[in-house]
Ligand binder design. Structure first.
Ligand code: UT7
Length: 330
């Protein structure tokens, strides 16, 4: 049966590194608090680069590794929470930046689950025979929407900027995306959100709205945490069942990198050995929203932790709420 598989992957993080010590100089926080509560040591922030700047660098690497040129891309799926412009989205802009005008492109804003939703669209596109080569780009610039005063410390210390791009291709071999499960629940939309600009206001952008702090990301961290540690294991089990793969066969679980404590709690609930079966690189990048899973896949591959034929599970939970998981035979 025709399947979609990940053929190549590229990544890019902006060069500017912001350590926990750097943050101590901006707000009332400490390296100890951040490491104990999240596992994060440093993250990368843009210094003038925009979302499609990061995306382009990650894409160039992915295309080169796939042995493709941009002209070989049949469809772009572009995932971000913060685009170059309010509209149009980054997808069409990437056709300009890659020099492939006319190529179809779709934008998705599924927060930390953007990569999972991107995989589900790519899987459907490829399995239906509609397209052969899909470019799934995740690129996130969150640092510009954070409040780096003490008022925003519970959120600002967690997020980082970065991008990753994957090339998905069609195959008839025994490999690829075996299952992709996605969910959403808007009852919790306000638990993690960026309110302004909003059509609830007319005009949708005023100094008053910005003065209220509506132009910054706000989060009810405890509630996000509480739901995350329940939904991650649930959806991973669902994806394993849909793929017909036993948990013991899984070589590596790569969860969205939101918080090391969430990852550890998920490993415990699934009875998985943390640091053997569950991958984490959050200490270096913080939470890069939809880019975090492909960034982690990239690094796990570089470290030789993923080989052809391995069963890999990726899973996410984040704003929306949205969550999902996929079982991939590499
Ligand atoms: O991708 C999905 C998106 N997000 C997440 O998955 C995040 C989920 N939530 C979390 O990771 C955690 O809830 C946080 C890391 C955000 C917070 O950890 P927590 O253990 O839930 O802390 P808390 O919110 O219960 O706050 C404990 C204390 C509070 O002080 P008081 O009220 O006890 O005096 C906070 O004001 O820590 C304080 N605090 C900080 N202190 C130093 C909050 N942020 C900071 C900070 N530095 N950066």
């Amino acid at each position: 049966m025709r399947k979609a598989y990940i053929d190549a992957i590229g990544m890019y993080v902006p060069p500017k590194v912001v350590t926990n010590k750097d943050l101590e100089g901006m707000m009332d926080t400490s390296d100890q608090w951040i490491q104990e509560r999240s596992g994060i040591q440093e993250r990368h922030h843009v210094d003038g680069e925009g979302t499609t700047d990061l995306a382009l660098k990650a894409t160039e690497e992915a295309l080169e590794k796939a042995g493709m040129t941009a002209e070989d891309v049949d469809h772009i799926i572009f995932s971000t929470m913060a685009n170059d412009y309010f509209f149009p989205g980054g997808g069409p802009i990437m056709t300009k930046r890659l020099g492939i005008p006319g190529t179809p492109a779709v934008d998705i804003r599924m927060a930390c689950s953007g990569f999972l939703y991107g995989l589900s669209i790519a899987k459907a596109f490829i399995e239906s025979g509609a397209y052969e080569n899909i470019l799934l780009i995740t690129s996130e610039v969150q640092s510009v929407a954070m409040d780096f005063s003490t008022a925003g410390r519970d959120t600002a210390v967690l997020f980082g900027d970065g991008a990753a791009a994957v090339v998905l291709k069609a195959t008839n071999e025994d490999r690829g995306l075996l299952s992709v499960i996605t969910h959403s629940d808007g009852r919790y939309a306000e638990d993690l959100m960026l309110r302004t600009p909003s059509t609830l206001d007319n005009p949708f952008l005023t100094h008053e709205l910005l003065d209220k702090g509506y132009g910054r990301v706000v989060m009810n961290g405890r509630n996000v945490f509480k739901h995350a540690i329940i939904k991650f294991p649930q959806v991973i089990r669902e994806a394993l069942e849909a793929a017909g793969v036993e948990k013991d066969k899984v070589k590596l679980v790569i969860p969205h990198q939101a918080n090391l404590r969430i990852t550890e709690a998920v490993a415990k609930r699934l009875d998985l050995e943390m640091y053997k079966v569950v991958y984490s690189n959050i200490h270096k990048y913080g939470n890069t929203t939809s880019a975090s899973i492909p960034l982690a896949i990239y690094e796990a591959m570089t470290e030789g932790k993923i080989q052809r034929g391995d069963y890999i599970v990726v899973a996410s939970f984040g704003a929306g709420f949205t969550w999902g998981a996929s079982v991939i035979k590499w």
